[in-house]
Design a protein around this ligand. Structure first.
Ligand code: SDX
Length: 428
């Protein structure tokens, strides 16, 4: 392979170096383009063809439907690992030994107390507030209670921040949920596993014994693993660019949560359930919604379908679809919404519009059906996505800071008015 690309502008040829990744992806290094061409830049709205960084955390192959965290396939991790192991793998680069894993969990437990004053911030929100707005605010507020920003050059300092947010975020998630439900806030029980404790903090009732349901623990553990990272998606890119100004970790994560909220991104899992409910209320008329999705004059999209990278099945959607059958079956839930989802998927995969555009179910298409079966309300689905994505955001933020990447500051092509004289108001 040649190691440069030639670009000719106004008769002048420029050689630009090519970069090749460990999975043989090739990129043109344009870091010197502007200086070599007296100001020429590239433009790529939505960054569909533009890489923002080199990263060693997650690899996707959209054509083949491959997803690996630090080289391990998502299928193996979902089957054989637990969420805390995967969090450790993403952040520190290797699967933990038993001792490392136990210490990691102990250090996280030691950080699982949230300052009581955070409850005053939570109380200021109306019950009807969307949980994503609440959790984003509470995450940013954590900075006020843990003021020192992370000294990334100190392994110990960085590790402390990692376990601090992994300890406190599940508490904020549980409190956000319980506030909505009108339940007293609960701290859970540090004698439990990480995911077991999340479920207990969310669902324990003040007036009765709490019984763990292993089906729910296993289902949530798997869902969190499947959501844990996904290379340079919208919210991860947000976390990286906010962190590139050397804003703190919690502030960067809060920004990522806001980006995830959008219905084109993590908010799609809520939008999918609302769409399926609408179809059900409409007598299950999937054809009407398929027609709406294809009608360019209609802003409606088939939520949970399509992906910027995957032009084949999202491997996570395959796993979640199978898990939905298993979990609802084990729980004895016969949810007609699952049948509508499967019917819609079948229709879309046979429809030329979707086939031509290579639109397949993505991670958000079936996940909400499992959350609903677990008793989680629809507007909490994206908070559960954020809970899973947290270690990925941390890993990507840490990598960006350790690689001392420059502050993110894109260029633009100006298309506004050229220079003109000011006109006094009496003459306008
Ligand atoms: C996530 O990036 C990640 O990795 C994200 C994520 C992660 O783990 O972080 O995987 C999580 O966000 C998954 C995506 C969840 N979003 C949705 O399900 C919302 C519905 N999907 C679409 O809005 C869309 O598919 C996107 C946003 C996911 C991707 O959009 P792109 O890559 O910008 O593609 P596009 O909008 O340019 O669409 C290409 C064509 C267009 O038609 P034409 O103009 O070519 O005729 O496909 C059409 C679009 O209109 N299209 C759809 C569609 N998705 C794309 N038409 C109907 N329904 C859809 N869902």
């Amino acid at each position: 392979m040649a190691n440069t690309a030639t670009i000719e502008i106004n008769g002048q040829k420029n050689e630009l170096p090519l970069i090749k990744g460990t999975e043989n992806e090739i990129a043109i290094d344009i870091t010197k383009l502007r200086s070599a061409t007296e100001g020429v830049i590239t433009v790529d709205p939505g960054y569909k063809n533009t890489g923002s960084c080199e990263s060693a955390i997650t690899f996707l192959d959209g054509e083949k439907g491959i997803l690996r965290y630090r080289g391990y396939s998502i299928e193996e991790l979902a089957e054989k690992a637990d969420f805390l192991e995967v969090a450790y793998l993403l952040i520190f680069g290797e699967l933990p030994t038993k001792e490392q894993n136990d210490k990691f969990h102990d250090d996280i437990k030691a950080e699982s107390i949230v300052d009581e004053d955070v409850k005053k911030i939570l109380d200021a929100f109306p019950k009807a507030a969307h949980p994503m707005g609440v959790i984003s605010s509470l995450t940013s507020a954590l900075t006020a209670f843990n003021p020192s920003s992370v000294n990334v050059d100190s392994e110990e300092d960085m590790y402390k921040s990692v376990v601090r947010i992994l300890g406190k975020f599940p508490v904020l998630v549980a409190w956000t949920f319980r506030k909505k439900e009108g339940l007293p806030l609960d701290y859970g029980d540090n004698s439990l596993g990480y995911v077991e404790n999340i479920l207990k903090m969310m669902f324990v009732k003040p007036n009765g014994e709490y019984t763990q349901n292993q089906i729910l623990v296993d289902a949530l553990d798997k869902l969190l693993i499947l959501h844990a990272d996904h290379e340079q998606n919208c919210s991860t890119s947000t976390v990286r660019i906010v962190g590139s100004s050397h804003a703190g970790l919690f502030a960067s994560l809060s920004a990522g949560i806001s980006a995830l909220w959008g219905p084109l991104h993590g908010g799609a899992n809520q939008a999918v359930l609302e769409m399926l409910e609408a179809i059900k209320a409409d007598g299950g008329d999937t054809k009407k919604y398929m027609a709406k999705a294809k009608d360019k004059s209609d802003p409606f999209r088939l939520m949970g379908f399509g992906h910027r990278v995957y032009k084949n099945f999202d491997p996570r959607a395959r796993i979640i679809k199978k898990a939905a059958d298993e979990v609802l079956g084990d729980l004895g839930i016969d949810d007609p919404i699952l049948d509508i989802a499967k019917g819609l998927e079948k229709e879309a995969l046979e429809d030329q519009y979707f086939v031509d555009r290579r639109l397949y179910p993505n991670v958000d298409f079936y996940s909400g059906i499992i959350y609903r079966g677990m008793g989680i309300p629809t507007d909490m689905f994206t908070v559960m996505f954020a809970l899973g994505r947290l270690p990925g955001w941390i890993a990507q933020w840490r990598e960006m800071r350790l690689r001392k990447e420059p502050i993110g500051r894109p260029r633009q092509v100006y298309i506004g008015e050229t220079a003109r004289e000011f006109v006094p108001i009496e003459k306008r």
